[in-house]
Design a binder for this molecule. Structure first.
Ligand code: HEC
Length: 156
């Protein structure tokens, strides 16, 4: 009576409650093999600035806007790796301090104008980044310092 529940099927098939986590684990393992571009090509020095401005740029911007990215441990694990690499590659495509010496003055000026605008509006560094990198949060005086530098036009 009660011992007959297996008759007619179910044998050899894993129960549903194991199938779901098992599939999830397999998918998580499989996506680790998707290649991610996580490079740090040779970097030229950034703009010529004082140590104070330079320190702020390195603290709050260089991870995404230079070839001197400090790749965190979670940037090695998919799917976070895709998000981090996406941010870095997109950030570098817009503005790359490691390519600064190769820019002409007009472009430098345009970037400085953009930097001042982004810092003034608080859009940069992005909120999601500040969440995981509290050291990148800028105080008001630090933001003002960056805005004054960038708003001043072409760097000397
Ligand atoms: C987590 C990565 C990350 C950090 C850190 C970061 N940025 Fe960005 N930044 C991006 C991405 C991605 C874009 C392109 C998409 C966008 O505009 O949102 C961008 C775009 C920009 C642009 C171009 C905006 C435009 O009008 O095209 C400027 C200027 C900029 N960032 C300045 C900064 C400055 C200055 C800092 C530091 C105070 C900083 N960013 C920190 C990721 C980052």
């Amino acid at each position: 009576m009660t011992g007959n529940r297996n008759v007619g099927g179910g044998r050899g098939r894993p129960p549903l409650r194991l199938l779901l986590p098992g599939t999830l684990i397999l998918v998580l393992l499989a996506i680790q093999f998707v290649p991610v571009s996580r490079t740090n090509p040779p970097a030229a020095d950034g703009p010529v600035v004082g140590a104070d401005v330079g320190g702020l740029l390195r603290r709050a911007c260089y991870d995404c806007h230079s070839f001197e990215t400090r790749w965190p441990w979670y940037s090695r694990i998919a799917p976070m790796s895709w998000l981090v690499a996406g941010h870095v590659n997109e950030g570098r495509a817009h503005l790359n301090f490691s390519r600064w010496p190769a820019l002409d003055f007009a472009l430098e000026d345009e970037f400085l104008r953009q930097i001042a605008a982004e810092v003034k509006s608080g859009r940069m560094p992005p909120d999601s980044y500040k969440l995981l990198h509290p050291e990148a949060r800028l105080g008001e005086s630090e933001r003002n310092l960056l805005i004054r530098w960038a708003g001043g036009g072409i760097s000397p």
